[in-house]
Design a protein around this ligand. Structure first.
Ligand code: UD1
Ligand code: CA
Length: 454
């Protein structure tokens, strides 16, 4: 492998069979666009030039994936794969090699591409090929005395050629200068009226180059997305691989077929994840963390020993050690829970810091609050943090006990060790160590009768 490597990613196609307004390569797989996956793999090869050929959707694709290291080449009309690579040529380094990838083939492994690159050289063109039980639709590798002589497209193939099961995955590596000479000679005199990149193979043979082939270890590495069904199928393959990798390093995934990671999931030792959980962004789970069924966690750090019970939703938050959360809890952005905090069912916490040993166990809303240590917040407590125009903070100091059905009208402070009686609407600060309550005095009207129906 030489040091100069151009990578061209073909991404101009419309994806008619997606039946979508979104260009095909922007459809997400595991939370990242198809083209995003290909770009990440391409970047791992450290190319000197990285060029994406775009077309359908115009600037939508470059805008969605704009990055310093990408050269965007527009292909205004989709006249074929050869024509597409031609659009990239002016941007490429003519010395060294050019690797062609497809923006709609997301799961090719880095090691496979590295193997392919090792097969190529200044006098050798390399094609990634595979043997498919059903090769229909693909270009076929035509060999004479064992050597590849050309590629024939399905629509141009004879009956005998269609029987060939070795297919062209579309991924090739060629010496850049020669590739540009061959592309200049392409014609569209074929069944589809397109400029075929695959026609460069026969030209290379005519120029005395050897055609090497390499193969992926798995068929899914070279599968493209042409429909929503194929997108879903590749999603499952990706998720299954991710689950198997986690399980292989000690995470107990109760059912590897029911895990979805749309980003990165980092697990400590003896982590258990029950079925149907979705992890988005970057999620880190410490040792012995357990996640119940049907939880959704996005950009969350959970420290060791914490138990998250079913149907909990946590986003952009940090959870300390040995906490107990859920079932049915919602923890919203900007929240930090220290160790040993308990957040129970139907509790919503937003942009709040809750210190160690504190409990909000039932049916409460705690927003824009600073809660100290060993605080107990009773059922149905609400921080009234929003006055219709601005948000205000509620401060609850260490050791406070808030009775059930309390409204804390922010800005307000409940000082250390205070007790708030049930049903209080707190509008002024509550002094430390005292019982504060606002409540209409209870009375009994003796002899009162319920009305009866006339
Ligand atoms: C191509 C190959 C075929 C191979 C198959 C593998 C050619 C002529 N044929 O066929 O041998 O078996 O891929 O899937 O190369 N694209 C552009 N601009 C264009 C045309 C295509 O950017 O003008 C992009 C598409 O968006 C797609 C990729 O190139 O990502 C492949 O195009 P597609 O039309 O799917 O090629 P096939 O006809 O399937
Ligand atoms: Ca295709």
């Amino acid at each position: 492998m030489t040091s100069q490597l151009n990578i061209v990613i073909l991404a101009a196609g419309k994806g008619t069979r997606m039946y979508s307004d979104l260009p095909k390569v922007l459809h997400p797989l595991a939370g990242k666009s198809l083209l995003g996956h290909v770009l990440d793999t391409a970047r791992s090869l450290r190319p000197t030039r990285l060029c994406v050929v775009y077309g359908y959707g115009g600037a939508v694709v470059p805008n969605a994936l704009a990055a310093q290291d990408i050269i965007w080449a527009e292909q205004q009309e989709q006249l074929g794969t050869g024509h597409a690579v031609q659009q990239a040529l002016p941007h490429l380094d003519p010395s060294g090699m050019t690797l062609v990838l497809y923006g709609d083939v997301p799961l090719t492994r880095l090691s496979t591409l590295q193997r392919l690159l090792e097969h190529a050289g200044s006098d050798k063109l390399a094609v990634l090929t595979a043997h498919f039980a059903d090769p229909s639709g693909y270009g076929r590798m035509v060999r004479t005395a064992g050597k590849v002589t050309r590629i024939v497209e399905q629509k141009d193939a004879t009956e005998a050629e269609r029987a060939i099961t070795e297919i062209n995955t579309g991924i090739i590596v060629a010496p850049s200068a020669k590739l540009s000479q061959w592309l200049a000679k392409l014609s569209n005199n074929n069944a589809q009226g397109e400029y075929y990149l695959t026609d460069t193979i026969a030209m290379a043979v005519a120029d005395g180059l050897e055609i090497a082939t390499a193969h992926p270890h798995h068929e899914w590495e070279v599968l493209g997305v042409n429909s929503k069904l194929q997108l879903a199928q590749l999603e499952r393959i990706y998720q299954r691989n991710y689950a198997e990798q986690l399980a292989g390093t000690g995470t107990h995934i109760i059912d590897p077929a029911r895990l979805d990671v749309r980003g990165e999931l980092i697990c400590g030792r003896d982590v258990v994840i029950d079925v149907n959980c979705v992890f988005e962004g970057r999620v880190t789970l410490g040792d012995r963390v357990s996640i119940g069924a049907n939880c959704v966690l996005k950009d969350v750090t959970v420290a060791q020993g914490t138990k998250i019970q079913p149907f909990t939703h946590i986003e952009d938050a940090s959870v300390g050690a040995d906490c107990r959360i859920g079932p049915f809890a919602r923890i919203r952005p900007g929240t930090t829970l220290a160790s040993d905090a308990h957040i129970g069912n139907f509790v919503e916490i937003k942009n709040s810091q809750i210190d160690s040993g504190s409990k909000v166990n039932h049916l409460s809303y705690v927003g824009d609050a600073t809660v100290g240590k060993n605080v107990n917040i009773g059922a149905g407590t609400i921080t009234c943090n929003y006055d219709g125009a601005n948000k205000h903070r509620t401060i609850i100091e260490d050791g406070v006990f808030i009775g059930s059905d309390t409204q804390l009208v922010a800005p307000v402070t409940v000082c250390k060790g205070a007790t708030i009686g049930a049903g209080t609407t707190l509008t002024r600060n509550a002094p430390a160590g005292e019982l504060t309550l606002s409540r209409v005095k209870q009375m009994t009207i003796s002899g009162w009768q319920r009305p009866t129906k006339k």
